[in-house]
Design a protein around this ligand. Structure first.
Ligand SMILES: [Fe+2]
Ligand SMILES: [Fe+2]
Length: 321
């Protein structure tokens, strides 16, 4: 997988955005004022005790804790639209796969709130309009991702679902400096969404069901754009405030530890016994072993070179100065 094209494609896309972000800022910065720190089975309502089968995307973190909405069960779909593939699954496998997609749906749904907040933060710190526009579009993408994941969960569970309320208390305060927005963006966007894009892309390439593979690839493409937005924003902030350089470097190290394959292994240990690998892949889920390997390669071959490209600008500037 070292020559995996999703890794190469995403790396090219992100480093191009980093370079373009720096050049764009350099062109605009002369007269620009500096931004100020801104101020079947039973599927009852739950918050998802089984972890997702794919990248978590951009989480909605408040006071260090990710928030998701519980799902409300609407009732049986009475076999309506059941595909043959679903009816052939054992009850246990259906339950497990449905749980996985419920968890993906909850994460995608919470990303809508995360981007709503990020858009407001971008406005508050005076970020360039194209980043604000990209953040607004990303929120719409997340609505679609949540819908796709929920549809899959419903098909597998044979039940209708809808999202319950999402707790937004204390989530939209305007307090917080540009630096704190940048640091959160490193964890949630640069690392989280980059890895998420990669995982969806690998899942698409391994799915044997054409319709599902297309949907997964469309999510992967969107997540790739969301990741690019995050890297562009951090590049822009670094250009404005070179003194963030050290803090940004440290934040990437911390984010990489948090997202490490070892941490993921611990998280996946609580997900219970998995259906067999071929079944997981057919239903767009990455089996735990593969997911850990993708995570490891993603950090090493995708995130690390992008961090190097991002930080080398600051160093080059310092040596030229
Ligand atoms: Fe998403
Ligand atoms: Fe996303």
């Amino acid at each position: 997988m070292s020559s995996s094209s999703p890794i190469a494609d995403l790396r090219t896309q992100i480093t191009a955005a980093i370079n373009e972000g720096h050049r764009g800022v350099a062109r605009r910065r002369a007269a620009r004022p500096r931004p100020q720190a801104a101020s079947g089975p039973h599927f009852g309502p739950h918050s998802g005790e089984t972890g997702p089968c794919l990248g978590e995307g951009r989480p909605f973190v408040v006071d260090g804790v990710p928030r998701t909405a519980a799902l409300v069960t609407l009732g049986s779909l009475d076999g309506e639209g059941d595909r043959g593939e679903v009816t052939q699954l054992t009850r246990g496998d259906r339950h497990h796969l449905a749980r996985r997609w419920i968890s993906v749906a909850q994460n995608e749904h919470s990303s809508v709130a995360s981007f709503a907040r990020f858009t407001a933060q971008l406005l508050a710190v005076g970020a360039p309009p194209h980043l604000v526009e990209a953040s607004c579009s990303a929120g719409e993408d997340e609505v679609r991702h949540a819908h796709i994941a929920l549809e899959l969960a419903e098909e597998l569970a044979g039940l209708g679902f809808e999202f319950g309320p999402l707790e937004t208390h204390a989530a939209y305060t305007t307090e917080g400096s540009l630096e704190s927005v940048v640091m959160a963006c490193i964890t949630e966007g640069c690392v989280g969404e980059t890895l998420s894009a990669l995982e969806f892309s690998i899942a698409a390439s391994r799915s044997t069901e054409v319709g599902l593979a297309e949907r997964l690839q469309s999510i992967a493409d969107d997540e790739g754009r969301h990741a690019t937005l995050a890297w562009s924003f951090v590049a822009w902030a670094l250009e404005q405030y070179p003194e963030f350089h050290e803090g940004v470097a440290t934040a990437f190290v911390e984010a990489a530890v948090e997202a490490s394959p070892a941490a993921l292994e611990v998280e996946l240990r609580d997900c219970g016994h998995e259906p067999d690998e071929a079944l997981m892949l057919a239903w767009g889920c990455l089996p735990a072993k593969l997911r850990v390997r993708v995570r490891s390669e993603g950090l090493r071959e995708l995130v690390a070179p992008c961090v190097e490209a991002l930080l080398s600008h600051g160093q080059n500037k310092a040596s030229l100065g």
